[in-house]
Design a protein around this ligand. Structure first.
Ligand code: AMP
Length: 422
């Protein structure tokens, strides 16, 4: 017996129905915000991913050499590939350039519920603007995308790396210290953070204040802790404008300012954000994003860039946990010939319905009406057409409603108009 490789999954037709629903739903929202879809290859040159993150990222990748000796990797995310494509082909496009995508990603991670080695991301990048209105719109898009899928309970948390840097500067923390502290902040391991800060000779009073500031949503408290840093002051007033637009122009009130959001990846700067689904427990993060620098690293002319990625699989898990009713997979019509001499007519009727955009199938196992009706029911057929010799003499068939069991005789020429009406 063969099994799927560890951390990967098959998707049955019922599961694919849910995934397609979500994809259509999200594509609609992206499009409504003026984004155009982009697709990039499943594998890229390995260097694309090591350029910013360093060689250590290779441990988390599916990296390999091809027969020509090229170092390649299955993509672990789509921001770097999309920015590579932008630098290669799209730099002359009018700005801002708004791109969205769906794509499989691969990470050599320890699999668990909501964490896979092959998973799908839905995401977007906006290239060429970092105005407050563009950033507020990006936050609004991430929130609206998830809300539009039918999710009820999500939390948008907004952080800022410029402010974190200003705090590190104030506490006289060195770059090497920051490398240890940031992952602890990212994972909200505040007890370990305290110990690490003590090791960096930060006083107990300041440690407590810092932890407070990491968890407060009061912008004034953050402002007074940071003090006179010029960059931080400018960033704070930018943040205020963004949050004001989010609330008063995009009408999104359900967000929390949370400086402990620092994102794991190395290329972010400035504003960063995450959206959680509390219903998911441990692996609850549905979306992560922010502004970042990659264009100049990839050889392009520097422009502001920001974006986010949503875990497609986790969004489905969250919807299921919330009891969301996905649209059911159904068949419009199942056609049953009462005997084999009716086969040709049954097929002709099926084909006629299909050509009118009605989903239709016919009995291909030559079973009796009883068994065929059972099969039609298992396929969630809405209607059944029974093709019998007596009715056919009058150019009619029997149309049965599978919900009510009601039957009527309809003429062949009327079938598709009748079904379309329904
Ligand atoms: P990241 O690129 O790490 O910021 O991830 C963006 C989103 O992708 C996360 O918020 C998750 O929802 C999802 N995600 C990341 N890694 C995995 C994984 N191994 N399995 C499933 N979803 C993932």
């Amino acid at each position: 017996m063969f099994q799927v490789p560890r951390g990967t999954r098959d998707f049955t037709p019922d599961e694919m129905q849910k995934r397609r629903y979500l994809e259509h739903n999200m594509a609609k929202t992206f499009t409504s915000f003026g984004y155009g879809e982009i697709q990039t290859p499943t594998f890229e040159n390995l260097e694309l991913f090591t350029a910013k993150s360093g060689e250590s990222i290779i441990n988390e990748l599916y990296a390999f050499n091809d027969k020509g000796g090229r170092s390649l990797a299955l993509r672990p995310e789509l921001t770097a590939p999309v920015i590579r494509c932008y630098v290669e082909r799209l730099q002359m496009e009018p700005k801002p350039l708004k791109l969205f995508y769906f794509g499989n990603c691969y990470r050599y991670d320890r699999p668990q519920k909501g964490r896979y080695r092959e998973f799908q991301q839905a995401g977007c990048e906006i290239i060429g603007t970092d105005t407050c209105e563009a950033t507020a719109e990006l936050l609004a898009l991430a929130y609206t995308l998830l809300k539009n899928t039918g999710l009820k309970n999500i939390r948008l948390n907004i952080g800022n790396l410029t402010l974190i840097s200003a705090i590190f500067k104030k506490l006289h923390l060195l770059k090497d210290d920051q490398k240890i502290l940031l992952p602890l902040i990212d994972k909200t391991q505040f007890d370990d953070l305290k110990i690490a800060l003590r090791d960096c000779n930060v006083s107990e009073e300041i440690i407590n204040e810092f932890l407070d500031v990491l968890q407060t949503s009061d912008i004034n408290k953050i402002r007074s802790f940071i003090g006179e840093d010029h960059d931080a002051k400018t960033e704070l007033s930018t943040m205020e404008t963004i949050l004001d637009l989010l609330k008063n122009a995009f009408h999104i009130n359900e967000y929390v300012l949370k400086l402990s959001i620092v994102r794991g990846l190395d290329y972010y700067r400035g504003l960063v954000f995450e959206i959680d689904a509390p219903v998911l427990g441990a692996e609850k993060q549905l979306c992560g994003g922010g502004s970042y620098d990659l264009v100049s690293l990839f050889g392009g002319t520097e422009v502001p860039t920001s974006g986010f990625a949503i875990g497609f699989d986790r969004t489905i898990l969250a919807l299921e946990e919330e009891g969301f009713r996905f649209p059911a997979r159904k068949l419009d019509v199942f056609v049953i010939p009462v005997n084999q001499t009716m086969n040709t007519t049954a097929i002709q009727i099926t084909q006629e319905l299909r050509s009118h955009d009605i989903s239709a199938d016919f009995d291909q196992l030559r079973r009796g009406i009883g068994k065929s009706l059972k099969y039609a029911d298992a396929r969630h057929a809405e209607k059944v057409i029974i093709v019998g010799p007596k009715e056919l003499e009058n150019k009619t068939v029997t149309l049965r409603d599978m919900k009510t069991g009601a039957q009527e005789i309809v003429t062949l020429t009327d079938i598709h108009t009748k079904l379309k009406e329904i």
